[in-house]
Design a protein around this ligand. Structure first.
Ligand SMILES: [Zn+2]
Length: 568
């Protein structure tokens, strides 16, 4: 029996289990087969203690496990290697204990092993369970529900006496001519199987697209227990989730509920803006702006108005734009291409709730304590201005009505012009370079950013900017990645900082990508999407982008770790 993880999306994964030459895609559901309940005929794999006439793989686990870690409620089945959460169904109801157990087991066994939680999968919770990184489930809940005459729906279960019509168009419901109350145990059971396996296919498809979190946020709303589990996961395991969250991605975050605010992408972005990012040195005047629905912001109609107004002043490059938005909080203009600043969507009502207000206040206060300006101009709708105004020293307000009205834009232009008088004129090229340095601070940290941009010139038209030193290209900003992609010369310039590196085995000849077994050591702070400096025998031989995080590159026994961009 062999198991390979093929695709990962945060903690969730698509895997492939090879049993007797048969390939089973995971996540998957073991279909329970006994004398009384026949396995679902569409199932890929069967769970049975007795001999079953089938060409499908049949698994059998010991009724009483030999070794069970009493403190941790799990054991490893010696024959299959499955890590079985023995009391999953009881623990699941104690949301925090369940989360603690699953995450701690995963931390202990690594991502290459299978976790199986018996007797808890339902169509309503399957996405959440897969999101936690669980690979195998079984059909026990479908059987128990059928015994209680409960019908599975995508969002929960309903008793047959509460239904006015047959629930769906599955082959069972489609082919019988009965009232819901007349459904037999077998009818209900087979319908429940269809619902459970439909959901399984849907979840697998969504993991494939890398979009499971958005789907989970929708699904958990069907049960307070599920919401509690998701909230506990976000609250208590941010670091673990963040390690698996890419820094470069093109998937969209739909911030439709309060759970969206706790996503690791969003928390990491906020933390890096405060702790890594530094504003362009030459800017002296801060201009606070609202966000736009279209991303990146400067490609939107409203932001084109703002940009034009700024550019019409006599010293536009002394002005620094900071966008106030939910759920990200603060987005400096230079980070508008970065994930997830370029990839989120939120319902806009113009009304901010108390949590959003609190979040903006905390972030802005800390941002202003770290980034100093001579003047602060507030060009925001009244609703936002009203809750941030108190802790801005001498704010200058320029919105007459809506931020994009002719009157507001005219007032903004006049006010900017009045306030830039007396400051030294900032050179456009110098500012563009400092913008890239600010982005590099967010991407690599301040020291590397300063070194990378030192003695360079910037060429190209935003967003496609090239960093050049002595006619040699060090790196390039691209709209697709939102990050600076380094060349080998760029990597050479920053190698002494000993960050973002992997060391490959002496005899390893990389082609196209570096596979995990070829890696002997890494910087564990590397995240998926980061730039990676490739070393062999202590010398820099290449540059690429991370496909795994640094810790996993070291631990993994297979899989692509780094996509190579340049190699010697
Ligand atoms: Zn049905």
């Amino acid at each position: 029996m062999q198991f390979n993880v093929k695709k990962r999306d945060e903690l969730s994964r698509i895997g492939e289990l090879l049993i007797d030459d048969k390939r089973i895609v995971t996540p998957n559901i073991l279909s329970v087969n006994t004398n009384r309940f026949k396995a679902f005929d569409k199932a890929d794999i069967i769970l049975s203690n007795d001999k079953v006439k089938t060409n499908k793989p049949v698994l059998k686990f010991l009724q009483t496990p030999l070794k069970i870690d009493e403190k941790n409620f799990y054991y490893i089945d010696e024959k299959t290697g499955f890590v079985i959460i023995e009391y999953a169904s009881q623990l699941f109801k104690k949301s925090k204990n369940f989360i603690d157990l699953i995450i701690n087991v995963r931390k202990k066994i690594g991502y290459e092993k299978i976790i199986y939680t018996p007797a808890i999968a339902m169509p309503s919770n399957l996405a959440l369970l897969c999101y936690m990184g669980i690979d195998f489930f079984d059909t026990t809940s479908a059987i128990i529900a059928a015994r209680n005459k409960n019908i599975f729906f995508a969002d929960g279960e309903y008793n047959i006496k509460d239904l006015i019509e047959l629930p769906c168009n599955c082959p069972i419901c489609n082919n019988i001519n009965k009232k819901p109350s007349e459904l037999s145990f077998e009818d209900i059971l087979n319908h429940n199987y269809y619902m459970l396996f439909n959901e399984l296919k849907q979840v697998r498809n969504i993991i494939k697209t890398g979009d499971l979190r958005n789907y989970v946020e929708k699904k958990v709303k069907t049960n307070t227990l599920y919401v509690t589990i998701l909230r506990n996961l976000d609250m208590n395991y941010y670091e673990f989730l963040e390690e698996q969250t890419p820094v470069v991605s093109n998937k969209t975050i739909f911030a439709t509920c309060s759970e969206s605010y706790s996503r690791s992408e969003i928390k990491r972005f906020q933390s890096r803006v405060l702790n890594r990012y530094c504003k362009p040195d030459c800017t002296k005047i801060l201009l606070l702006l609202p966000c736009s629905a279209k991303k990146p912001y400067s490609f939107s109609k409203t932001h084109k108005f703002f940009r034009r107004t700024i550019l019409e002043t006599s010293n536009p490059d002394i002005i620094h734009e900071l966008i106030i938005t939910s759920p990200l909080g603060l987005v400096p203009r230079e980070l508008e291409l970065v994930y997830p600043a370029a990839n989120y969507d939120i319902p806009v009502t113009g009304v901010w709730n108390e949590d959003e207000k609190k979040m903006i206040k905390i972030l802005l206060k800390e941002y202003l304590s770290k980034n100093k300006y001579e003047k602060i101009i507030v060009h925001l709708p009244k609703e936002i201005t009203s809750f941030i105004i108190d802790f801005i020293k001498k704010p200058i307000i320029t919105c007459v009505d809506s931020p994009t009205s002719d009157e507001s834009l005219e007032k903004l232009k006049i006010t900017l012009e009045e306030n830039i008088v007396g400051f030294e004129k900032i050179d456009r090229y110098e500012r563009t370079k400092q913008n890239l340095e600010s982005l590099a601070c967010y991407q690599f940290g301040k020291n590397i950013a300063k070194k990378l941009l030192k003695d360079t010139k910037i060429y190209g038209r935003y967003p496609d900017l090239k960093i050049i030193e002595n006619n040699k290209q060090l790196g390039m900003l691209t709209k697709d990645r939102g990050f600076i992609s380094l060349t080998l010369a760029g990597a050479k310039k920053i190698e002494s900082y000993e960050k973002y590196w992997v060391e490959i085995a002496d005899d390893f000849i990389p082609k196209g990508s570096i596979l995990a077994p070829g890696i002997i050591n890494t910087d564990e702070n590397i995240r998926i999407g980061d730039e990676v400096l490739i070393f062999r025998k202590k010398s820099l031989i290449g540059i690429g982008a991370a496909v795994m995080n640094g810790a996993d590159m070291k631990k993994s026994s297979y899989g692509e770790a780094v996509k190579i961009r340049h190699i010697l």
